[in-house]
Design a protein around this ligand. Structure first.
Ligand code: ADP
Ligand code: MG
Length: 310
């Protein structure tokens, strides 16, 4: 391709909200054999919703939610945000005089005092409330802190996971007190893009920090048969490298939450959505419209630009 052709392609991309960082990136995309998608916020909307809440002890639901919301109040994670959103509505129904708009002010009065908050990547959050350690997150978070998961709770969580939802476990002190089920719907175009890539001879892969059962249920809806689940944030780049080992050309599509190292490790890093600054820095492509169809637009543009004239 001539420099002019590259310039034209870059312009066409920009007009379609596909930012391409240089001619090398544009050229590599035509050779992509695998497209590895992050799940949360990439294949899914990244806007989780609480769908169920179950308390396994005598604690009343209101107090359970208050404890849970207090623990998640400082979380940046989409799951933490989903819980806060739910709590906001719950609190509104309890006290309709509290206007939903100035919910932040009302919320802070309702929330309990939290100390020593920490977010544990790939696990959840941990803090102290009223002198008790409160843990909110996945099984690993609880078991690593010496909390056993009763079989009734395990059954409830498995049922959520088989329905493509994530079960968030909540423990106070040494006791498991409840579970919150959260759903994060697929992006509308996700399935069609996966199918389109297959037609182009490219293999779609899904990688996620979420548990295997949820990951499988989501992958099944999309007809993706190769997945990696329960991957720690730092492990996503290793997944990319494992696909590159035999010289394969790998693209990674992610929203930048936990996956910037993977975007950087990929031959073609594709940041989707407004993205975080680190993601935009690490990526070769930025898809401004937050639409997965532009993964195909990007590869197609590269193929057309570098196609040999026979
Ligand atoms: P993903 O790769 O899907 O973006 P993460 O690596 O961010 O997932 O998180 C993996 C898992 O850790 C989540 O599925 C969830 O079970 C748990 N987790 C992480 N952060 C939180 C949080 N703030 N609240 C509850 N659970 C969390
Ligand atoms: Mg993510």
């Amino acid at each position: 391709a001539t420099p002019t052709a590259v310039m034209v392609a870059t312009g066409v991309g920009a007009n379609n909200g596909v930012l391409i960082k240089g001619g090398d990136a544009l050229e590599r995309a035509q050779k992509v054999q695998y497209v590895i998608f992050d799940k949360t916020g990439t294949l899914t909307q990244g806007k989780a919703t609480v769908t169920s809440l179950k308390v396994f002890t005598q604690m009343d639901r209101g107090h359970f939610l208050r404890l849970l919301a207090s623990a998640e109040a400082s979380s940046e994670h989409p799951l933490g945000k989903a819980i806060m959103e739910y709590a906001r509505h719950f609190q509104f129904f309890e006290d309709p005089t509290a206007k939903k708009d100035d919910s932040n002010i009302n919320m802070s009065a309702w929330l309990l005092d939290v100390s020593d908050f920490s977010a544990i990547p790939g696990r959840g959050v941990r803090c102290f409330i009223d002198g008790n350690q409160v843990l909110v997150g996945n099984r690993s978070l609880l078991t690593e802190n010496g909390i056993t998961i009763p079989s009734s709770v395990e059954e409830f969580v498995v049922d959520l996971e088989e329905n493509a939802k994530t079960g968030i476990l909540v423990a106070c002190d040494t006791q498991l007190i409840g579970v919150v089920g959260v759903a994060d719907p697929l992006k509308r175009e996700a399935a069609v893009v996966v199918e389109g890539l297959k037609k182009m001879g490219i293999r779609p892969i899904m990688v996620t920090g979420d548990n295997w059962r949820t990951a499988k249920a989501v992958a099944k809806e999309l007809d993706i048969d190769d997945i990696r689940a329960e991957v720690m944030p730092a492990g996503k780049a290793d997944v990319i490298r494992s696909f590159q080992k035999d010289g394969s050309i790998v693209a990674m599509v992610g929203d930048g939450i936990n996956d910037s190292p993977a975007l950087a490790a990929a031959d073609v890093g594709i940041a989707i959505g407004a993205g975080t600054d680190i993601a935009i820095e690490a990526a070769d492509y930025v898809l401004m419209k937050n639409n997965l169809e532009d993964v195909i637009t990007a590869i197609d543009l590269s193929r057309k630009t570098f196609a040999r004239i026979r």
